[in-house]
Ligand binder design. Structure first.
Ligand code: GLC
Length: 547
């Protein structure tokens, strides 16, 4: 049977924005519990929860001030435990986000570390007499001056997110205890935040400048030597608990880097930003990344498939092409080789939000960009444009459950703006409409569940012809052809080239019936999934590539 996660579809819940259960305008565990039946009906297998631990929420929970509790805004430990129980009752597994790289500056460890140069915890964080040129990923210097001790501390993100010193064995020990605590609470694994950042180069050499990208090249502050033994130790520790899953956020689009983090004795999978963070839509580039990944990975490695997250623009807005293209992308994500991660709201086609009012912006990255813009004499309009570009608020607006006040998310105004045009794209409207985005997702998930080759088959073929991307997934039981016509023109496909017997259509994003005959017209922007009709399954492979 293999490992459960290899067959699973995950769904990312951005904690503050999924469902408010207690009427304070922010998502919480009570809200998620109330929506578990919705998630069951959708057909997902696993949930990834963004951080829910106590936090001053400078970065919405990615700044943890206590690793052993639940933020009161999200509920109590009891609520957490009933959530885990209720999810497990429905066969939904739960992985939780864990930030091992940094803590909130309000965490007691940092308060101790900061209290004196001689405090035993001084070395739990990275202190230096002089800063180097390393830049924070949110902008500005990555070093913050502490007047009291006349030293600088390192923060790869906001200054309130202080990097731990993983060269200190006590830090590692403390974090392993944290992992043990949550594993024993019944979580099924972790999403490890910026896990390739745990080690920095202890020469503290300046980072070089990348003239092509016009930005700093983070050569010495991530993916450093020494990271892999730590990764293996984490993996070994977590995998002592049977069936636990580790997905790492390795913030890199470089396959040569990505591929080093997963596999035997390493993380189970990493996020494939090489596929997922494609900026503008480009079918050829997308195809090339799928091929390159498939070739780069060994048999113990599986890619992940995602196109939206709480850190990026939603693919429906980023890629253009409206619902039609979004359905193609969904089909790719749920039928290509990899572990899919659906981002909440994508299943109804929620769109990005851009604000024209800086006072409404919540994301620290956007706000810092605005501040830096104004400091460097940009006009308000220029600074706002840059801030909107950097801000991750765009994909963090409340889940649109209905067209009721506050989109059925909360009884009061939520913590973040509800875009004025958000109301019409909602769960309630789409529930019983056969060709809605939501129904399409449900159909795709159901189809995937019932077909082993879509969950674990290899690629028997993977090709693109004039923006029509297609692949065959095959295992010992069946063979399925997925055709994604990303072009604006209909294309003709000779299905006899793939199947010896008659062919049946399992799903299309545009129709319910297939015309008879071997030549099938794949409409512009149509996704179609085909299978042989149960006859001889031998392949003619007239169009086969060597994959
Ligand atoms: C990861 C998270 C992001 C956060 C950052 C710092 O990239 O996904 O939301 O801001 O780490 O913790």
């Amino acid at each position: 049977m293999g490992k459960w996660w290899k067959q699973s579809v995950f769904y990312e819940i951005y904690m503050p924005s999924f469902k408010d259960g207690n009427g304070d305008g922010m998502g919480d565990f009570a809200g998620i519990i109330a929506k578990l039946d919705y998630l069951t009906a959708l057909g997902i297998d696993g949930l990834w929860l963004t951080p829910f631990y106590p936090s001053p929420k400078i970065d919405n929970g990615y700044d943890i001030s206590d690793y052993y509790n639940i933020d009161p805004g999200y509920g109590t430990m009891k609520d957490f435990q009933s959530f885990i129980q209720e999810a497990h009752k429905r066969d939904i597994r739960v992985i939780v986000d864990l930030v091992l790289n940094h803590t909130s500056s309000e965490h007691q460890w940092f308060q101790d570390s900061k209290s004196s140069k001689n405090h035993p915890k001084r070395d739990w964080y990275i202190w230096r007499d002089e800063p180097n040129n390393w830049e924070s990923f949110f902008g500005g210097s990555a070093w913050e001056y502490d007047k009291a001790s006349d030293q600088y501390y390192y923060h790869a993100f906001a200054k309130e997110q202080v990097d731990l010193n993983w060269a200190n064995p006590q830090v590692k020990k403390a974090m392993f205890e944290v992992m043990k605590f949550w594993l024993e609470k019944g979580v099924d694994g972790f999403r490890l935040d910026v896990i390739n950042f745990l080690k920095v180069n202890d020469s503290y050499k300046d980072n070089p400048y990348d003239a092509e990208k016009n930005e700093q090249n983070h050569l010495f502050d991530k993916d450093q030597e020494g990271i892999f033994p730590i990764i293996s130790e984490i993996a070994e520790f977590v995998h002592q608990y049977p069936d636990k899953f580790l997905v790492g956020e390795v913030g890199s689009e470089d396959l040569d880097i990505l591929k080093q983090y997963s596999g035997n004795n390493k993380l189970d999978v990493v996020f494939n930003f090489n596929i997922g963070s494609l900026g503008e839509f480009d079918a050829d580039k997308l195809f090339q990344q799928l091929v390159d990944t498939d070739q780069a990975y060994d048999h113990a490695q599986i890619p992940t498939l995602f196109f939206s997250s709480h850190d990026m623009s939603r693919h429906i807005s980023r890629f253009g092409g409206g619902e039609e293209r979004a359905k193609l992308v969904a089909t790719l994500m749920l039928t290509a080789k990899g572990v899919p991660f659906i981002y909440y709201g994508d299943e109804i086609g929620m769109k990005d939000w851009i604000t024209d009012d800086i006072t409404k912006m919540k994301d620290v990255q956007g706000l810092l960009a605005y501040e830096l813009g104004i400091q460097s004499n940009q006009s308000h309009e220029q600074a706002l444009a840059v801030a909107n570009d950097k801000s991750r608020d765009k994909s963090r607006t409340p889940m649109v459950w209905s067209s009721h006040p506050n989109v059925g998310f909360s009884t009061i105004l939520p913590w973040i703006t509800i875009p004025t045009n958000a109301y019409k794209i909602n769960v309630e409207n789409q529930q019983n409409i056969p060709d809605s985005m939501l129904s399409f997702y449900k159909n795709l998930l159901k189809l995937r569940k019932g077909h082993s080759s879509l969950k674990s088959g290899h690629y028997d073929l993977l090709r693109i012809e004039g923006e029509m991307l297609y692949f065959v997934r095959k295992d010992s039981i069946e063979k399925i052809l997925v055709v994604l016509n990303f072009s604006e023109h209909p294309k003709s496909l000779d299905v006899a080239a793939f199947f010896a017997s008659d062919v049946k259509m399992l799903l299309s994003s545009k129709r319910t019936k297939l015309e008879s005959g071997n030549l099938v017209t794949i409409l512009a922007n149509e996704a179609m999934i085909l299978k042989d009709d149960g006859g001889d399954d031998s392949v003619k492979k007239r169009l086969c590539s060597n994959l």
